[in-house]
Design a protein around this ligand. Structure first.
Ligand code: PLP
Length: 478
């Protein structure tokens, strides 16, 4: 694979071309000297060079449309192209958010129906579509918890987060002004009921719990967990970012949860990666519905309107959230229908268990037994000092995006694999065979494996340096 040269290296004064004629608009008055830059350091390149540069860069990327992308706790599944077609319809893509409600009845109806579908899927009483991501949904849900306790004249300070939880959970807890109370998992990777009982008190606002959890395991005691938290007046928050496994099969509200967020950009098939845009709608029980951020879409006698709930925590995002993402999720739900959504859940679990049962003959499975939509291998059986990182890097040479590695933190050298329901058995088999062949290489030729990847533009990067001292600006001539 060839490298793409920095665009700054193509800089040469006078190369850029201006094809637009002078506009005839008078020059604006000069800016004060202290506001002027000495140099902008923008490269001077021709239009052709510019287009070729970015086209070349766009080919160096990897996404679900390039190949298998088994990232655990991330649900990188196929994004049906019909979603894009619908989101691009001018009535959706070009309508201005300030248009009068009577001119955008169709758009408001889509919002209302999507809220209703998400209620039906999760069992909750009401939804907000505003949050722009999963983490944003978490913050929104926690703000509602805070408002709920304030309305009862209570001030609670802690939120319980299991040690297997996604990093955004304790981060959102802290951001919202609560203190995370970590809860150790039991030897089976599940919530330890005795430890929970000991930790839960009347200073604790509630618990954030993913189900299936980030080890891909279903919290079978979820009803009892909710009972323990509710008994002390707490609320149960479900991180439903990856809800594939339960789609159409079980519902968060029925399990006893009070609040959940869903990642439309994971479970409901909108493209993600590279930072968005996404959508992390939040669903709540009828008791919490008055606290939802405003506005939410409502319908009365066939007329659709935006309404702000009476005790609303206020806005969390401009207008109606990332509307294009909502159109994609709506299209996905409508094109699958109830039976299709259920098949999604069943196939997500089937695919994960097929891969698990074949790979556990070669790699060590962190938590034995049936999994849900994902499973976690560890580095226990890797020979010759080969690490999880070596395996992940070698996968790049075979055209795969590696699984999530070194997460959850409670598994040493974790490889967390989520195949998703949209992959064919042939793809799963090819990936499994590749994993087995890499393991053989670990035995026969560990030195080569330690140098992988061998076919990419760059090989082993200094990841610590990249995180600590990122180079975010190149200046011409350097
Ligand atoms: C992805 C994910 C999140 C965060 O979602 P973002 O949209 O990236 O903010 C939270 N929890 C879990 C379990 C996730 O997988």
């Amino acid at each position: 694979m060839s490298k793409v040269e920095l665009i700054f290296n193509k800089h040469k004064g006078g190369k850029s071309c201006g094809i637009t004629p002078p506009a005839g608009v008078p020059e604006p008055p000069a800016l004060p000297a202290e506001l002027l830059r000495e140099s902008l350091d923008l490269p001077d390149v021709s239009e052709t060079e510019l287009v070729r540069h970015y086209t070349a860069l766009s080919k160096k990327t990897f996404g679900v449309d390039d190949g298998f992308y088994p990232l655990g706790s991330c649900t990188m599944k196929y994004n049906p192209k019909i979603n894009e077609k619908m989101a691009a319809l001018p009535g959706f893509a070009a309508s201005h958010p300030y248009l009068d409600e009577d001119l955008v009845q169709g758009n408001l109806r889509l919002l209302k129906e999507l809220q209703d579908y998400l209620c039906a899927i999760t069992g909750f009483g009401a939804f907000t579509l505003q949050p722009a991501a999963g983490a944003h949904g978490e913050l929104t849900g926690l703000m509602m918890m805070k408002a709920w306790f304030a309305s009862k004249g209570e001030k609670r300070t802690k939120i319980i987060c299991p040690d297997s939880s996604h990093g955004t959970n304790p981060a959102s807890v802290t951001m919202c002004g609560f203190v995370p109370a970590p809860l150790a998992s039991d030897p089976d990777g599940l919530v330890d009921l005795k430890a929970l009982e000991a930790l839960m008190d009347e200073d604790t606002a509630g618990m954030m719990l993913t189900n299936p959890n980030t080890l891909g395991l279903f919290e079978k005691d979820i009803v009892e967990i909710c009972r323990i938290v509710h008994a002390k007046g707490g609320l149960m928050y479900c991180d439903g970012a990856n809800a594939n496994a339960v789609l159409g099969v079980s519902r968060f509200a029925d399990m006893g949860y009070d609040i959940c967020h869903l990642n439309l950009h994971k479970t409901f098939s909108t493209p993600h990666g590279g930072g968005g845009p996404g959508a992390g709608p939040v669903g709540v029980t009828a008791a919490l519905a008055p606290f939802l951020p405003g506005p939410v879409a409502a319908e009365e006698k066939g007329v659709y309107a935006l309404k702000t709930p009476e005790k609303s925590i206020g806005r969390v995002k401009g207008f109606n959230g990332n509307f294009g993402v909502l159109v994609r999720a709506y299209t996905y739900i409508r094109s699958l229908g109830a039976a299709g959504l259920k098949a999604t859940g069943i196939n997500a679990v089937l695919n994960a268990n097929y891969m698990r049962s074949r790979l556990e003959k070669h790699f060590h499975l962190a938590y034995p037994g049936l999994c849900k939509h994902e499973f976690v291998l560890d580095d226990t059986r890797l020979p010759n000092g080969i690490t999880t990182m070596d395996i992940a890097k070698r996968l790049l040479d075979y055209g795969y995006h590696p699984p999530t590695i070194y997460f959850p933190l409670i598994v040493h050298g974790a490889m967390m694999i989520e195949p998703t329901e949209t992959e064919h058995k042939d793809t799963l088999d090819r990936f499994i065979e590749t994993m087995i062949s890499i393991l053989k290489e670990a035995e026969d030729d560990p030195e080569t494996l330690r140098k992988a990847p061998l076919t990419t533009v760059v090989s082993r990067l200094d990841e610590v340096q990249a995180a600590r001292k990122p180079v975010i600006c190149f200046c011409s001539g350097e």
